[in-house]
Design a protein around this ligand. Structure first.
Ligand code: NAD
Ligand code: UDP
Length: 315
């Protein structure tokens, strides 16, 4: 049955792919964004679709609409962007969650929070299971993001306990793919852009820190399955690809796949940069029948082809 669905942060990297996927599944989609890190160009190809609506709005301000489901993705996601105005980042996660939960409560909609593996901080448990409480520096430079997202999770579970709001919490691990902003400073886009421009590849620290990279299509399949999973709250669910790589391995793979002559250079590791990260996805397998299908090499080829197709002159 056609549903009316609100996607906050819908003009961003993940949000724009989500809007596309939800429309393909036959739904009506309202995309709300303030264009801080998202861009109209990410969704311009959807504007001809009569079941797609684009609204400029800041999620920290109340918003009223009648929908069946809300995907709450509004929040800058790359360290450079979320540290640009840290107070605003906290407000976006916290006030955004309050506003969207209040709306969900009033209209009896299901609501999914795009949470993050960052709630585990610099993890001392590896791989990370959902039951791990995390190791987060509450006053560090990443706190505006980590703690904002942790507070949003707390708001979600309390709206569920107190007001029976139908909630879903997805803990998203590093995701990459076409439409990542070439300038947003995340490692996959940085390395590809540097490689394509023949510039040095900037490894922060010695490159031995690890991440587990999930391709956007896999991630969104997990997101939609989670939203439509059984009514009762099953707790936060990790969605990510458990194949773990060092940052140096990622750099070497990007060099191989682009055929660039770029060299590796080493720059200081930012404060509080997590040393390791890998999702345990047993819960997603059991509850959603989900696991990722696209591995790093294949996903990087799609992403490199995307970056080749856009103008990188001014980046
Ligand atoms: P993105 O920066 O491309 O998208 C975020 C979108 O939110 C942008 O379109 C931006 O303009 C919008 N936005 C920001 N503040 C807003 C506000 N106050 N009001 C309305 N819109 C606002 O990032 P993304 O990678 O697409 O991430 C989407 C969501 O997924 C975020 O909540 C992020 O925290 C979460 N997430 C992403 C990853 C990842 O690896 N991509 C990992 C963990 C969690
Ligand atoms: N990183 C790097 N070079 C870059 C950008 C990032 O070595 O040009 C490192 C960064 O220090 C971190 C990892 O890559 O250890 C992932 O960084 P990203 O910002 O993509 O995601 P997050 O740290 O939020 O997981």
């Amino acid at each position: 049955m056609k549903k009316k669905i609100l996607v906050t942060g819908g003009a961003g990297f993940l949000g724009s792919h989500l809007c596309e996927k939800l429309l393909k599944l036959g739904n009506e989609v309202i995309c709300m964004d303030n264009y801080f890190t998202g861009q109209k160009s990410n969704v311009v190809h959807l504007l001809d679709n009569p079941f797609f609506e684009l609204i400029r709005h800041d999620v920290t301000m109340p918003f009223f609409i009648e929908v069946d489901q809300i995907y709450n993705l509004a929040c800058p996601a790359s360290p450079i962007h979320y540290q640009y105005n840290p107070i605003k980042t906290i407000k976006t996660s916290v006030m955004g969650a309050v506003n969207m939960l209040g709306l969900a409560k009033r209209i009896n909609a299901r609501i999914l929070q795009a949470s993050t593996s960052e709630v585990y901080g610099d993890p001392e448990v590896h791989p990370q299971t959902e039951s791990y409480w995390g190791h987060v520096n509450p006053i560090g430079i990443r706190a505006c993001y980590d703690e904002g997202k942790r507070c949003a999770e707390a708001l979600f579970v309390n709206y569920h306990r107190q007001n029976k709001v139908k909630i879903k919490i997805q803990r998203i691990f590093n995701t990459y793919g076409p439409r990542m902003h070439p300038n947003d400073g995340r490692v996959v886009s940085n390395f590809i852009v540097q490689a394509l421009k023949g510039k040095d590849i900037s490894i922060y620290g010695d490159g031995s820190q690890t991440r587990s990279f999930c391709y956007v299509d896999d991630l969104l399949e997990g997101m939609v399955r989670l939203m439509n999973s059984r009514e009762d709250f099953i707790g936060p669910v990790n969605i990510g690809n458990p194949n773990e790589f060092t940052i140096r391995e990622l750099a070497e793979l990007v060099i191989e796949l682009t055929g660039t002559k770029s060299k590796l250079i080493y720059e200081p590791l930012p404060a509080d940069d997590p040393m390791q990260r890998q999702p345990n996805i047993e819960l997603a397998k059991k509850e959603l029948g989900w696991e990722p299908k696209i591995q790093l090499r294949e996903g990087l080829i799609h992403t490199i082809n995307y970056f080749k197709s856009i103008d990188l002159k001014n980046i």
